[in-house]
Design a protein. Structure first.
Length: 256
């Protein structure tokens, strides 16, 4: 028994020394969808997704993941949309930000109620953050965007609803993340997005960041999109680019 334990310990040390430690949550490329889920990405092609017309290969599959460089040449919508529409569902998707070459000078400090912190003169307080920006659009609506970015409030907020001052205070607070659950830049993260009726729940890396948030007016059905963001001026990024990758995308439709 003692010999077996020593052998196991030695094997574990060997694994760690080779950099092959067991993967963290969301840190493994799966070969199939979880039980009850349908895969939306086969790891080889963009089958099942509408590549923007005129994109010229900027949305592509690299080493088994969807890779985007934020430089789509499509003249119109540059987002990557699913071919199918969905109503109520649980969506699981791994994502990571590759790099943050743009320093965003206008990042607000967001309070739990969704409003921005202000100074003694009533001006918004902003900070500079190395930033990349993408997200997941729900039911065909850019307003219903689950954010992926580097802001201190954390990924998972629904920017379009939080910033809509016509929305009730409880709606704006509800779409503001309860905690920062993002992993470090360059590391993989996992969203579990649950949409039922006009109610949204989001887990990020196993932590509940939104719970029963309301999205008033969202359509009953629509496609899902992976978001394009950013652009260049004189060869330099003029806003946070979507330098992102996605993998392990699967969905479970809820019929009850």
């Amino acid at each position: 028994m003692k010999h077996q334990m020593l052998s196991l310990t030695s094997a574990m040390l060997a694994v760690f020394s080779l950099g092959l430690a067991p993967p963290l949550y969301g840190d493994e490329n799966q070969t199939s969808a979880p039980e009850g889920f349908t895969s939306l990405f086969n790891g080889k092609t963009l089958e099942g997704w509408k590549v923007p017309e005129g994109d010229n290969g900027h949305w592509q599959v690299v080493d088994g993941v969807i890779d985007y460089d934020a430089e789509s040449e499509a003249p119109g919508d540059k987002n990557l949309w699913s071919e199918r529409e969905y109503g109520d569902f649980i969506l699981r998707v791994d994502w990571r930000i590759k790099e943050t070459p743009y320093a965003n000078p206008r990042v607000p400090i967001i309070k739990p109620d969704g409003t921005h912190k202000r100074d003694a003169q009533g001006n918004e307080i902003t900070i500079i953050v190395p930033d990349s920006d993408s997200g997941v659009f729900l039911r065909g609506q850019p307003k219903a965007q689950v954010n992926i970015w580097c802001w201190p409030v954390g990924s998972g907020e629904v920017y379009g609803y939080r910033m809509d001052k016509s929305m009730p205070p409880e709606v704006r607070a509800g779409v503001t993340p309860k905690l920062l659950a993002d992993h470090d830049i360059g590391e993989w993260n996992t969203f579990e997005i649950t949409m039922k009726g006009d109610r949204l729940g989001i887990k990020l890396n196993g932590k509940q960041v939104l719970e029963n948030a309301q999205l008033p007016g969202i359509p009953a059905r629509g496609p899902i999109a992976l978001q394009h963001h950013g652009g260049k001026r004189n060869g330099e990024w003029s806003s946070p680019p979507s330098l992102v990758q996605f993998r392990n995308i699967s969905i479970k439709e809820l019929n009850d």
